[in-house]
Design a protein. Structure first.
Length: 403
C-alpha cells in the first residue's frame, strides 16, 4: 500500500474551472476569426453544397457578380457555420465538463471513504503490529521457560533413573530378605509342628500309661500318697480361668488391665475435680471390667519425707464380669485336644501359674483340672468365690500362690 500523503489536497474550485473554459472559448473564437481572415484571403474554392445552397450561390453570382461582393458573402457564411459548429462543440464540452464534475465529486467522496478506510486499516495494522510484537516477546519468554523446563525435566529424569536403580536394588534386597524370612518361618513352623506332634504323642502316651495304671490299680488295693505341695509366689506369667457350673473359660485379666491403663489418663480432669471416677472397659473374650479410680493426696508426713505434693491416681477396686458373648467349655471337653482351654495352657511357658476362680459346687472338677495343669508343667492355684460373687481385686489384695 502506498504511503498516504499527510498534506491536505486543495478543494476543487468550480469558478477557476469556468474561467479556464471561458478563456479556452475566447481563444477558440480568436482562432476562428484568424482562420476566417485567412480563408478570406485565400482563393475561393467551390464548396460542396446542397441544392439550395448551390441555387443561392448561383443567384448571388448572377446578382452580385457585377458588384464583386459575392466572394465576401461566401466567406462570411462559412465563418458563421464554423462559429455554429464551435458553439455546438463548446456546448457538448460544457456538458461533458458537468459530467466530469459530477464524476469528480463522486471520486472525491470515494477518495475520502478510501482515506478513512486507509486510516482504519493503518490503525488496525498498528494494533496488529503491536500485538505481534507482544506475541513475539511472549514466545521468546515461553522459549526461555521451555528451555528451563527441559533442563529441569532432564535433571528429574536423571534423578528418577537413579531412584529407579536404587529401588530395583532395594527390591532385590527385600526379596532376598523376604525369601530368607520365609525360609526361616517355614523352618520354624516345621519345627513347631514337629514339637507339637511330639508333645501330643507324649501326652497321648502319658494318658495311655495313666489309664493302664488306673486299670491295674482297680484290680489291687493301692495306697495313694501325695507329697506336701510346695507353695511359691512369684512374678512369672499368670493365667486366670473361671470355673462355673462345670464350665471353664479364660479370664483375660491382663488385657483388661491394659485397656484400663489406656483409659484412666483421659479421665484425670474428672478425678482431680471429684476425687473419684468409675468406668468400664471391654468386652474382651466375653468379659468386661468395672473399676474405680481415686485421687490420693500425700499426707503431711509424706511431704516431710520428700514425697511430691502433687496428687496421684490409683485403682481402688476392679471387678470382672462375664457378658452374653462369653464362650465357656465343659471340663470334659476342655481337656480334650483342640479345645480353647488346652491351647492356652499348651502355649504358656513352663512353670507358669494357672489360677482357677471357682464356686462351691465346682470343687469336684478342680482336681482333674489341677492334675492336667501339672501334667503340662504348670503350677495351679485355686481362688474360691462365694456363690453369685464376681472376680474382683484391689491394690491391697494378695497374689495367687501356686503349687
Amino acid at each position: 500500500m502506498n504511503q498516504r500523503n499527510t498534506g491536505e489536497d486543495p478543494e476543487f474550485g468550480s469558478d477557476s474551472f469556468l474561467d479556464i473554459i471561458a478563456n479556452i472559448v475566447g481563444i477558440l473564437i480568436i482562432l476562428i476569426v484568424i482562420a476566417g481572415v485567412k480563408v478570406a484571403r485565400q482563393p475561393l474554392t467551390e464548396p460542396i453544397l446542397t441544392r439550395e445552397t448551390h441555387a443561392a450561390s448561383n443567384l448571388e453570382s448572377t446578382l452580385l457578380r457585377p458588384f464583386g461582393v459575392g466572394r465576401y458573402i461566401k466567406s462570411a457564411a462559412l465563418t458563421h457555420d464554423c462559429l455554429e459548429q464551435l458553439r455546438n462543440e463548446t456546448g457538448r464540452h460544457v456538458a461533458q465538463v458537468g459530467d466530469l464534475r459530477d464524476q469528480l465529486s463522486g471520486l472525491q467522496l470515494q477518495t475520502e471513504e478510501l482515506a478513512a478506510e486507509e486510516s482504519r486499516l493503518l490503525q488496525k495494522s498498528a494494533q496488529l503490529t503491536e500485538k505481534i510484537s507482544s506475541n513475539q516477546q511472549e514466545v521468546m519468554r515461553s522459549d526461555t521457560v521451555l528451555t528451563s523446563l527441559k533442563d529441569e525435566t532432564a535433571e528429574l529424569r536423571r534423578i528418577i533413573t537413579g531412584l529407579r536403580d536404587r529401588s530395583e536394588l532395594e527390591k532385590k534386597k527385600y526379596h532376598a530378605i523376604l525369601n530368607a524370612t520365609k525360609t526361616a518361618f517355614a523352618r520354624q513352623e516345621s519345627a513347631d509342628l514337629q514339637l507339637r506332634q511330639i508333645t501330643l504323642q507324649t501326652q497321648k502316651l502319658k494318658e495311655l500309661i495313666e489309664h493302664q495304671q488306673a486299670e491295674q490299680a482297680s484290680d489291687t488295693n493301692r495306697l495313694e500318697h501325695r507329697l506336701s505341695p510346695v507353695v511359691r509366689t512369684d512374678n512369672k506369667q499368670e493365667l486366670h480361668f473361671r470355673l462355673s457350673e462345670g464350665q471353664i473359660s479364660w479370664v483375660p485379666l491382663e488385657p483388661l488391665l491394659e485397656r484400663l491403663k489406656r483409659q484412666v489418663p483421659n479421665r484425670f480432669e474428672v478425678i482431680r475435680r471429684f476425687g473419684r471416677y468409675e468406668g468400664v472397659c471391654g468386652p474382651e473374650e466375653g468379659y468386661i471390667m468395672k473399676y474405680a479410680v481415686e485421687r490420693h493426696t500425700p499426707s503431711p508426713l509424706e511431704r516431710l519425707n520428700g514425697v511430691s505434693s502433687m496428687f496421684r491416681v490409683a485403682v481402688s477396686r476392679w471387678t470382672v464380669t462375664p457378658v452374653d458373648s462369653l464362650e465357656a467349655e465343659p471340663v470334659e471337653e476342655a481337656i480334650e485336644f483342640g479345645s480353647r482351654y488346652r491351647q492356652i495352657l499348651e502355649a504358656a511357658d513352663l512353670d507358669s501359674l494357672m489360677t482357677i476362680w471357682l464356686y462351691p459346687d465346682d470343687f469336684v472338677h478342680f482336681g482333674r483340672l489341677r492334675e492336667f495343669g501339672h501334667s503340662l508343667g504348670l503350677r495351679v492355684a485355686a481362688r474360691p468365690l462365694p456363690r453369685d460373687a464376681e472376680i474382683s481385686g484391689s491394690p491391697g489384695g494378695s497374689r495367687s500362690s501356686g503349687q
